[in-house]
Design a protein around this ligand. Structure first.
Ligand SMILES: Cc1ncc(COP(=O)(O)O)c(C=O)c1O
Length: 380
């Protein structure tokens, strides 16, 4: 991995992901730099927040240092008490469980849907208790969660919804843009995301009071009326104006970025869906994925696991990444006494048999053909 953690590859290796930045992006960053607004305030931040909020169909965007702290601020807005519970998929990144645990609350897990690999919404209701406060759906690898039944359960039990949209910029669910659902939504703009600011994130809300509080939490709890007077403990989670300029430049070409990712997803699907021994993420009729990462899962009868498959692909010049490992299998969480005896068969199966293929914006058709050829050879 290079310092940005995206990819490190000799010329012959097709990287799992590489950002695709343009002259317009470089110019935007230089302009921000020359303006003197180089820290966590400035015109590009406000413009980026407004444009991204409009793109997602939200009233407010609060730019933050990364996607993990966007989730942390979203969770802070829930005002969880010790022992409160938040329902989330086990198959996700630790960024989802982390702020809940740090708040003294408890992540409560559901398994993955075998087709979409996102949370199995039909399992949510059975996990609700008198301590449940919120649900955190995660749109895994760019495929939306089935939001209608999830929102229906949330409403019936008066639960708040924090949408983790970190992997699904521009995706939609039944015609509605991902990032517009529930009380709040969180994005990551890490280097491998559809829109990147290097490091970066954004919290989106519609409620004015929540937006104001999130802005205060981002900025050490400073109050507009009197700086250095604190009524609440906040964080320094500011995004810089230069990063915001980089993000803003990409909002203009989101249609092109999304179209490119969908072409990649379609090309892989056409070439790999008939290959025996492979399971792909099945796009549902109600969802339009953005194929953030193109994943595949090896079926048991191939006789190999994802690790062996990855090394065979690497030998053929193809870089890959393993899938998430479920929260219930994380030593750091289990040592806290969480998830004792819990089993999530779908998440466990895809964690062991899954990896994702090169999925960067710069990938061309010839490389996709090369990757698919390597996949077939590695399985033979
Ligand atoms: C689903 C999900 N949530 C949250 C995050 C955290 O974002 P960041 O890496 O910007 O902290 C990621 C990161 O890739 C993610 O995939």
């Amino acid at each position: 991995m290079n310092p940005s953690g995206v990819s490190h590859h000799p010329e012959s290796l097709i990287p799992v992901n590489e950002p695709l930045l343009t002259e317009a992006d470089f110019d935007a960053v230089m302009q921000a730099l020359r303006s003197g607004w180089i820290s966590g305030a400035g015109p590009h931040i406000e413009a980026f927040e407004a444009r991204w909020a409009a793109y997602c169909g939200r009233k407010h965007g609060i730019a933050l240092a990364n996607g993990t702290v966007a989730l942390q601020v979203a969770v802070a807005l829930l005002d969880l008490q010790a022992g409160d519970e938040v329902i989330m998929p086990t198959f996700t990144i630790i960024s989802c469980a982390l702020p809940v645990v740090l708040a003294g609350a408890v992540p409560v897990l559901v398994d993955s849907d075998p087709q979409t690999w996102t949370m199995d919404v039909s399992q949510v209701e059975a996990r609700i208790t008198s301590r449940t406060r919120a649900i955190m759906p995660v749109h895994i690898y760019g495929h939306p969660v089935d939001m209608d039944p999830l929102l229906e359960v949330a409403e019936r039990y008066h639960l708040r919804v924090v949408e983790d949209a970190a992997e699904a910029h521009g995706a939609d669910y039944r015609g509605h843009r991902i990032g517009s659902f529930g009380e709040s939504s969180c994005f990551s703009f890490y280097a491998n995301k559809l829109l990147t600011t290097g490091e970066g994130g954004m919290l989106m809300v519609d409620d004015d009071a929540l937006a104001e509080r999130a802005r205060r939490l981002r900025n050490l709890g400073f109050q507009p009326a009197r700086r250095f007077l604190h009524a609440e403990l906040g964080f320094n989670y500011r995004l810089t104006n230069m990063q915001a300029a980089l993000g803003l430049a990409q909002v203009d070409r989101m249609d092109e970025i999304v179209a490119r990712k969908r072409r990649m997803g379609q090309a892989y699907t056409e070439r790999l869906s008939e290959v025996a021994g492979l399971e792909l993420q099945v796009q549902q009729p109600w969802a339009r994925s953005v194929f953030w990462m193109f994943g595949l899962v090896l079926s048991g009868d191939t006789g190999i696991d994802a690790e062996e498959f990855a090394s065979r692909l690497k030998a053929r010049g193809v870089e890959t990444r393993p899938f998430f490992l479920g929260m219930h299998e994380q030593p750091v969480l289990r040592e806290m006494g969480l998830f004792d005896g819990e089993v999530y068969p779908v998440a466990e199966r895809i964690a062991r048999g899954g990896l994702y293929l090169p999925s960067g914006l710069g990938l061309d058709d010839a490389q996709i053909d090369q990757v698919c050829q390597a996949v077939r050879e590695a399985l033979a």
